[in-house]
Design a protein around this ligand. Structure first.
Ligand code: IPM
Ligand code: MG
Length: 364
């Protein structure tokens, strides 16, 4: 029995996660998914309730879960929490501790949403790409880091650092993934300026030549990649990149769909025994608690959980088709409604997806 831990988190996290859990429970009830589902609070609410961002019991659950369904993290009020406490309860700590180095962020254009995209339909129609963001190294973890000295001469320091082993495992993941798709990898770096970028390029090329010569590999500088994502996003299949560039490019790719609210993600360790699934959008404190947030990024994260942790590709496809059908039937939250289109709330969007699912046969 698979252990799934639900961490709704801050901001709109709880609202969107509630809908994702309804969908998850549908698969348990109707498709024979064998999983236990437990929930723990995460984020600022823990600080308010328990005086710590990460109660030990919650951390124990995190370490033993087969899969974590995560909502969102971060609110402005978090500035009041001491930095060590904040780090204890940070998403980055979970990623690092569980060694979730492979972060997958698929961006697939739905024909139903062409009008919601800020780009011309002819540019974005048929976009189907996935960003493989290295998630446990690079700028967000490198040392030395910190702020040194005294004002007005303080210096802020972060270190961009990648070992060959870190680059290699991300590259292998991307090439494997490409083999199950259109067999094309774009590796994105800044090799013209950064030594770590030049090493990135060298290691990716070596692994390609030795182990994946059947996959088409191209290298692209990150500034150019940002432009190509807007100009010709259809040309991409798998984009392999580091932690910082992946963070930035995945938001840029999200713009193709018109809203970050649509984007799911999976973060996996080497053998898939640990995983965290979360919508790419953040906590969106400005709309939290109003019941208008788009739960599709969270719901599509459940599809990724079904595919990558539960190894149920058929169920994952079923859920993705249900989301597409709900969109085709006209279900729109405010973030993806075209001008003049009527918007529904978070729960109603969950209902719309479940309605599509229940029209389908149960597994006997
Ligand atoms: C993301 C987010 C996170 C990141 C933040 C919340 C730490 O922006 O998952 O893209 O930077 O990785
Ligand atoms: Mg981000």
């Amino acid at each position: 029995m698979m252990k799934i831990l639900v961490l709704p988190g801050d901001g709109i996290g709880p609202e969107v996660t509630e809908q994702a859990v309804r969908v998850l429970r549908w698969f348990i009830a109707h498709r024979g998914l064998e999983a236990s589902v437990e929930e723990r609070s995460f984020g600022l609410i823990n600080w308010q309730r328990y005086g710590t961002m990460m109660p030990e019991e919650t951390w124990a659950r995190i370490e033993e879960a087969d899969a974590i369904l995560f909502g969102a993290t971060g609110t402005l009020d978090q500035g009041m929490v001491p930095p060590e406490e904040r780090r204890k309860g940070s998403l980055l700590r979970i990623r690092k501790a569980l060694d979730l180095f492979a972060n997958l962020r698929p961006v697939r254009m739905s024909n139903a949403l062409l009008e919601a995209s800020p780009y011309k339909p002819r540019v974005v129609q048929g976009v189907d790409l996935v960003i493989l963001r290295e998630l446990t190294g690079g700028m967000y973890f490198g040392t030395p880091r910190g702020v040194e000295g005294a004002a007005p001469d303080r210096v802020g320091i972060n270190t961009h650092r990648y070992s060959e082993a870190e680059i290699a495992r991300a590259a292998r993941f991307a090439f494997q993934l490409a083999r199950s798709r259109r067999n094309h990898v774009t590796s994105v770096d800044k090799a013209n300026v950064m030594e770590a970028g030049a090493l990135w390029r060298e290691v990716v090329s070596a692994i390609h030549a030795a182990e994946f010569p059947d996959v088409v590999l191209e290298h692209m500088l990150v500034d150019n990649a940002a432009m190509q994502l807007a100009r010709m996003p259809r040309r991409f299949d798998v984009i392999l990149t580091d932690n910082l560039f992946g963070d930035v490019l995945s938001d840029a790719a999200g713009a193709i769909l018109g809203s970050l609210g649509m984007l799911p993600s999976a973060s996996l360790n080497a053998d898939g025994s640990r995983a965290l699934y979360e919508p790419v959008h953040g906590s969106a404190p400005d709309i939290a608690g109003r019941g208008i947030a788009n739960p599709l990024g969270a719901i599509l994260s459940v599809a990724l959980l079904l595919r990558w942790s539960a190894k149920r590709a058929e169920d994952a496809a079923l859920l993705e088709a249900a989301v597409e059908a709900a969109l085709r039937a006209g279900a729109r939250t405010a973030d993806i409604a075209a001008p003049g289109e009527e918007a529904i709330g978070t729960r109603a969007m969950g209902d719309a997806v479940l309605a599509q699912l229940t029209g389908r046969p149960n597994r006997s």
